[in-house]
Design a protein around this ligand. Structure first.
Ligand code: BG6
Ligand code: MG
Length: 219
């Protein structure tokens, strides 16, 4: 039986995936690298420094910056991102998420957050849903980021559950790969192409229904 849900944050619970995109796009401009939505799919779920490395490799500028310059570039992006998330309120929960959280609570299903973002806890606070989460995986303690399964494996461990008792919810290709690698049932939010490896897919969060997800997982 399913006893836990492990959620990604950005692009699943709230639309901060858009803010990450804008902040990376602006940083890209400063470095002469054009970031479009198609390439951005490859950045979703990827940690701050790994994202910068991917962008530099994509722009053919991998060897152009020293490590300390890269730290400054990543800090520049985060500075813009932190401003974009300043005014987040509970009204910024994506459609369908408040109901899903209520249904999960009513069913006694435990929740963990598996976000690569170091800004995750402050965003949960601003959304007013910190208390809904039993566990938060600390991304700074990971040895490998998504698509490695580690963050979802840790989420299940922190909940005291087996992988087979958990369902993971993601909007990123790398995130679905991480859930699948952790041998959990994967729920993908997004278009068929980027969510092609998901066990169950919805086009957007308003279609997320606990009953339908549990049925799809064979409950
Ligand atoms: C993930 C996002 O949740 O967190 C990525 O999908 C982001 O886009 C990553 O790069 C790291 O976030 P932060 O807030 O630590 O820079
Ligand atoms: Mg995401």
């Amino acid at each position: 039986t399913i006893k836990g849900f492990i959620f990604d944050l950005d692009g699943v619970i709230t639309d901060t995936a858009e803010y990450h995109y804008h902040a990376w796009k602006n940083l890209g401009k400063k470095m002469g690298i054009e970031i479009d939505r198609e390439f951005n799919e490859k950045l979703k779920g990827i940690s701050r420094m790994d994202s910068l490395e991917r962008i530099l490799a994509y722009g053919g500028k991998a060897d152009r910056y020293t490590d300390s310059e890269k730290e400054l570039l990543a800090a520049d992006k985060n500075g813009e991102y932190v401003k974009l998330i300043e005014d987040i309120t509970p009204a910024d929960l994506l459609p369908g998420i408040p109901q899903l959280l209520l249904d999960l609570k009513a069913s006694g299903i435990k929740l963990a957050l598996a976000s690569a973002s170091k800004n995750g806890p402050v965003i949960l606070d601003r959304l007013g849903i910190t208390a809904d989460f039993d566990e938060i995986v600390d991304p700074s303690l990971l040895t490998k980021g998504k698509p490695d399964p580690e963050i979802f494996v840790k989420g299940a461990q922190q909940l005291g559950l087996e992988a087979s008792e958990c369902i993971g919810v993601e909007d990123a290709e790398a995130g679905i790969a991480a859930i699948n690698g952790a041998h959990m049932f994967s729920v993908g939010v997004g278009d068929p192409e980027s969510m092609k490896e998901a066990d169950y897919r919805v086009a957007n969060t308003s279609e997320l229904s606990l009953q339908k997800i549990l049925e799809a997982a064979g409950e």
